[in-house]
Design a protein. Structure first.
Length: 296
């Protein structure tokens, strides 16, 4: 008897529906059926993917070589005016033959010439500190309790780190600063490329004027290349510039130094935690013969 009353109530509610409610319900049902049919046909069809459709319908962007070259030059001019003091932390990966090592590191710059790299151990302790100035390189090895000093050239860099490149190239490589491209630079699609007066082959992203890669040969004929990765977000609040997020240095012998950076911090009066170049070293200083490297 109870079930009969419930069915009667439901029938009465249905009969009491207005015509508009009924039409709305029918329209919604038809819409669901139509959407299901469309999705079903899309699933069965073998048309192009979203990526291929966009490539078919969206025309490739056209760039003006003169505009791209001007944007590149303006960006480089601002990089040459960067404050001399900055600090950035991140990670460092070195590849030497079959040996791959990854560490957390910090870079500190002073006067655009004095650059110190700190390498941290698993307990955030400094295990290595490499100071580079135009005249010499100083490596403080905390685990060996020794300080090594060598000439600031590719042989000295190889003796201390195993990476045979001129340390004078490191600063401009880190900040993405490069010699100007001449008017003979060629625009290939979305890439501007050419050579500067230093003999470097440079490629530039036509969309933003930022350097993509640079290749040059040292005085000893060895090939030295740098590839860049840039963040998509806006530039530094202090400088307004977009700073590199990744810098990968590769030598022709297969060795590689890959740096990944976090936030760049600039200041004209930044207090350096690094020891001054002329201050006394914490450990005895050795001057090994070039190529001998640290004592075993």
């Amino acid at each position: 008897m109870g079930n009969y009353k419930k069915r009667s109530i439901c029938m009465n509610q249905k009969n009491n529906m207005t015509k508009n409610d009924y039409r709305l319900q029918c329209s919604f049902s038809k819409g669901i059926l139509f959407l299901a049919a469309v999705l079903g046909m899309a699933g069965c069809a073998s048309g192009p993917s979203m990526e291929s459709r966009s490539s078919l319908t969206a025309p490739s962007r056209q760039y003006d070589r003169r505009v791209v070259l001007l944007t590149f030059r303006q960006d480089q001019e601002r990089r040459r005016l960067l404050p001399g003091r900055w600090r950035v932390d991140g990670t460092m990966e070195t590849v030497l033959k079959d040996d791959v090592r990854r560490h957390r590191m910090e870079l500190i710059s002073k006067k655009n010439q004095h650059v110190t790299m700190r390498v941290f151990g698993p307990f955030k302790n400094v295990v290595l500190e490499l100071t580079m100035i135009p005249e010499w390189l100083r490596l403080v090895n905390a685990s060996e309790r020794v300080t090594l000093e060598v000439a600031a050239d590719s042989k000295g860099m190889a003796a201390l780190t195993g990476l045979a490149f001129n340390p004078a190239w490191l600063y401009p490589a880190l900040v993405g600063c490069v010699g100007d491209l001449g008017d003979g630079a060629v625009l290939n699609g979305a890439t501007l490329e050419g050579e500067n007066r230093s003999g470097e082959h440079v490629t530039v992203d036509a969309a933003n004027g930022l350097i993509k890669s640079r290749i040059r040969h040292g005085t000893d004929g060895r090939r030295f290349s740098v590839n860049y990765g840039w963040p998509e977000k806006a530039g530094s609040i202090t400088t307004g510039l977009v700073m590199p997020q990744q810098v990968e240095i590769t030598l022709d012998d297969g060795s590689k130094l890959s740096l990944t950076f976090n936030q760049w911090k600039f200041s004209s009066g930044l207090q350096e935690r690094a020891s001054a170049p002329d201050s006394g070293a914490a450990f005895p200083v050795l001057y090994p013969e070039i190529g001998d490297g640290p004592p075993q």
